[in-house]
Design a protein around this ligand. Structure first.
Ligand SMILES: Nc1nc2c(ncn2[C@@H]2O[C@H](COP(=O)(O)OP(=O)(O)O)[C@@H](O)[C@H]2O)c(=O)[nH]1
Ligand SMILES: [Mg+2]
Ligand SMILES: [Zn+2]
Length: 306
């Protein structure tokens, strides 16, 4: 097989032993999206994980007429989200709704710290603006802005919001929507990608059926090199986080530490009760930060049996 027949591609969908891939860079004479149905020549692993959606691969035996090819190699992952299994995310959008279900700040915080942990761009979206007053919208907009996350405010009653959001997404490579069930993640997808009509349903129906509407992970094509992923609703718990690194998951603290370096007396200062701590604690989420650190310390010491 000549080397020139090998191309770099992105796995956008996976089912049974088949994969859909998109060619990553078009040659001069090629236009638009080049999509191929593939099988893998053999089981390919990266850190004990088989190929997942979002993986970059090398394909060969490209049959342009039949739109089929063979996956030869798996390229090193930049990051990996365990649940749902997806690789190489560049942007996480945490979706939450004003009402139905009601906005829950500690839940939003859990999503935030877990997302920051992946070292990607993290943003907030608040949906169902039509269900609350302008005062409430402004209140939360200002609150999240003060945390360092200027949120997108969306409502199905207002098309413009989705149009602007799509423009933003097209500047990113691989964006993912995460958040609790029923907040409107799939609705966002339906609004910005014409004709896909994915099933959505309200929370009460979801609970009754005991499962989520969105099951299969798939990268939706926005433009060449730009994709969006919808995920089922799930909750996040902060248990695998390193206590010493928690401060860097909070923009309010990370900015202070990056700007001045840690001027605290102790190098491993957790900024809780240590003498000589130089951190300005006058920010809204400080209490949440403190609670998180204390809980993690308890969790870790229990697991070490001391
Ligand atoms: N009032 C209102 N309802 C919405 C809005 N966005 C979504 N919904 C409804 O919320 C329910 C859950 O939406 P869905 O997209 O399935 O949520 P997901 O579980 O996060 O994917 C559906 O009944 C939607 O019609 C909105 O902006 N306003
Ligand atoms: Mg959904
Ligand atoms: Zn300190």
């Amino acid at each position: 097989m000549a080397l020139s027949n090998k191309r770099k591609a992105l796995v956008t969908k996976k089912f049974n032993n088949f994969f859909y891939v998109d060619i990553l860079e078009n040659n001069k004479n090629e236009k638009g999206r080049l999509r191929f149905l593939c099988k893998s020549r053999k089981n390919l692993y990266f850190k004990n994980q088989l190929i997942v959606v979002g993986d970059e691969v090398i394909i060969s035996e490209i049959n342009l007429a039949a739109r089929t090819a063979i996956i030869e190699n798996l390229i090193e992952r930049k990051n990996y989200l365990v649940r749902p299994a997806i690789a190489n995310i560049t942007d996480i959008f945490i979706v939450t709704s004003f009402q139905e279900p009601e906005l829950n700040l500690s839940q939003v915080n859990m999503f935030l710290v877990n997302s920051e942990h992946l070292k990607v761009n993290v943003s907030l979206i608040i949906t169902k603006c039509d269900l609350v007053s302008k005062e409430k919208r402004d209140f939360f907009y200002n609150k999240f802005s003060s945390w360092g996350y200027k949120p997108w405010l969306l409502s199905v009653a207002e098309e413009k919001g989705f149009k602007d959001f799509l423009v933003e997404l097209k500047m990113r490579k691989c964006s993912i929507l995460i958040g609790p069930s029923g907040v409107g993640k799939t609705t966002i997808l339906n609004q910005i990608i014409p004709n896909i009509n994915r099933a959505t349903s309200d929370v009460s129906k979801k609970i009754k059926r005991g499962k989520n509407t969105t099951r299969n992970i798939e990268l939706f094509y926005l433009k060449k090199g730009s994709y969006l992923v919808d995920t089922p609703g799930f909750n996040m718990q902060a248990i695998n986080l390193d206590v010493k690194k928690i401060a860097y998951l909070f923009p309010e603290l990370a900015n202070q530490l990056e700007e001045r370096g840690s001027n605290c007396k102790f190098r491993d200062c957790l900024h809780i009760t240590e003498p000589g701590c130089q951190i300005n604690r006058d920010f809204e989420r400080y209490e949440f930060y403190k609670e998180l650190v204390v809980n993690l310390k308890i969790h870790h010491s229990r697991n070490q049996g001391d």
